[in-house]
Ligand binder design. Structure first.
Ligand SMILES: C[S@@+](CC[C@H](N)C(=O)[O-])C[C@H]1O[C@@H](n2cnc3c(N)ncnc32)[C@H](O)[C@@H]1O
Length: 490
């Protein structure tokens, strides 16, 4: 591990500069006090501020010491994000035309050119109704055994889908195996499990049937745009189509509009993002899809959508050249290029499609997958294949994977034992936090972590040479992860 790096770090009033390596970015050497700070340190007067993010404030009583960094201005082809949304989106990343093209060509969106890249608002409203109904019945069937955990379990139930029959509702076989493994783990008797399966499977089939029939009824004219009624109430925006209403924070609504406009400037999705009507229809369909995936209108948990702080993304961007999130949604992405689960609703907001269809040959990427063993297995398998291809081509490829620290669980041991791992950093429970999974819908934005987190670096040889994982970088990363609850009013 080397001690060199190029992050911006301030200690009190003194800025430790060691030269400008990239335009607009002040490069500094690390102060000794950071190098010497023990990994478990819980208090500090040091601050890290990189870019326009929600800066890491280590000593809230002394915010004046947070420094900012000058960034290059936007160019004409890259619309600037309004100041009011810069807390939740970093628009300082202007990818070169070459990088944009390379990302698109290696993405699901680029490869699956014939996939429909728009969703019907009417159909998404019906899917949301069906999933919400399923959620109510799931609660009735399992809450007696799982208590308040039922809601999180329902979200995990939806996560086990394979996307074959429906983008959200899992197939029968997966449902049966999910219910057996989850309920047996909670010591529910085999008889009770069979009863639950017997209640839920017919209902799931009816809901899938209902969605399929609705799908057939949707005419070409129902595909974007549809007239959506939009009402603003203070910091909230309500979007309605007939009797279905979805809500979002005004800040996130503006973020969606910005991503939509940006996508227009690339015109890669095949959609014509050219008027408000299109935007409102696309935003309504998107909100219905994610509300459904997060448990439905009846109960939104969104435990698997928690995001890293903006300050963590800034450290990853400046320290390792990371410019793409491998697991995201248009609601929680930090940058305008990201992978996400639903290409039909998300591509018009800049998504590159599913991470498992994304095959970049070089560059650096952030991966914060849903905290689920199967996802972690698949992610590591996919990354291993990509790094092996990069080794053969002598390309620099790096991934940073953020997961719960789960020693003893096979998915975690498999990841930590991967031959391409260059470093594993463990961040203790009390020393970090995240942005809420339902950040787009909640008033409070930040929460503390519920377990230790591991940050695992996987790199090709050239990737390791280009971006060695330095002590200075790791110190800045840990500072950026620190809990942010004091910033909960926005
Ligand atoms: C823990 S959150 C990550 C939030 C944030 N983008 C970050 O990186 O900190 C996991 C995200 O994975 C996304 N996701 C689920 N399946 C996916 C897939 N196949 N490809 C890409 N993203 C996916 C979900 O939409 C969810 O927002």
């Amino acid at each position: 591990m080397s001690d060199k790096g190029d992050l911006t770090i301030s200690s009190g009033k003194k800025l430790y500069a060691c030269g400008n390596k990239r335009p607009g970015i002040v490069t500094t050497s690390v102060p000794k006090c950071i190098r010497k700070r023990p990994r478990s340190s819980t208090s500090s007067t040091l601050h890290v501020s990189v870019g326009r993010s929600d800066a890491t404030v280590l000593n809230p009583s002394d915010r004046s010491k947070v420094i900012s960094v000058n960034r290059p201005e936007a160019n004409a082809e890259h619309p600037t994000a309004p100041t009011r949304i810069r807390r939740i989106i970093d628009d300082s990343l202007h990818l070169s035309a070459w990088r944009e093209e390379d990302l698109l060509l290696s993405s699901g969106v680029g490869k699956l050119a014939r996939v429909k890249l728009s969703a019907s608002p009417a159909l998404e409203a019906k899917r949301l109704w069906a999933v919400s109904r399923l959620c109510r019945n799931f609660e009735k069937a399992v809450s007696i055994h799982l208590g308040s955990c039922w809601a999180n379990t329902f979200e995990e139930f939806l996560l086990c889908h394979d996307g074959v029959d429906d983008p959200i509702i899992p197939g029968d076989e997966r449902i049966v195996s999910f219910l057996h493994s989850r309920l047996h783990a909670k010591k529910v008797s085999s008889l009770a499990v069979e009863k639950i399966v017997g209640t839920l499977i017919p209902l799931v089939r009816r809901m899938r049937e209902y969605i399929n029939q609705s799908c057939e009824q949707v005419q070409e004219s129902d595909i974007l745009p549809t007239k959506i009624v939009v009402k603003k109430h203070g910091s909230r925006v309500k979007l309605s189509l007939n009797d279905t209403t979805v809500e979002v924070n005004a800040e996130h609504y503006e973020k969606l509009r910005h991503l939509f406009k940006l996508q227009t400037s690339y015109v890669q999705s095949g959609c014509h993002n050219d008027d408000d009507n299109n935007f409102e229809s696309a935003a309504f369909a998107l909100l219905c899809r994610y509300t459904a995936a997060q448990g439905g209108t009846f109960n939104t948990v969104a435990g698997h959508h928690a995001a890293l702080h903006g300050a963590v993304f800034d450290v990853l961007r400046d320290g390792m050249g990371i410019d793409v999130e491998c697991f995201a949604s248009p609601l929680n992405c930090r940058w305008h290029r990201y992978c996400s689960p639903f290409v039909d609703t998300d591509a018009t907001f800049g998504s590159l499609g599913s991470f498992f269809d994304f095959t970049p040959s070089e560059g650096s990427f952030e991966c914060n997958p849903p905290f689920d063993e199967e996802y972690i297995f698949r992610t590591v398998k996919h990354i291993t294949a990509l790094i092996e291809a990069a080794e053969r081509a002598s390309k620099a490829l790096s991934f940073v994977i953020i997961t719960p620290h789960w020693p003893g669980k096979t998915s975690w041991e498999n990841m930590a034992g991967c031959p391409h791992v260059t470093h594993v950093e463990i961040i203790p429970l009390r020393e970090h936090g995240f942005l809420e999974g339902a950040q787009h819908a909640k008033q409070t934005q930040y929460r503390i972590a519920s377990c230790d987190t591991s940050v695992v670096f996987l790199q090709s040889k050239s990737g390791r040479k280009k971006y060695p994982i330095t002590q200075m970088f790791l110190s800045a990363l840990r500072l950026a992860f620190r809990p942010h609850q004091e910033l909960n009013q926005f």
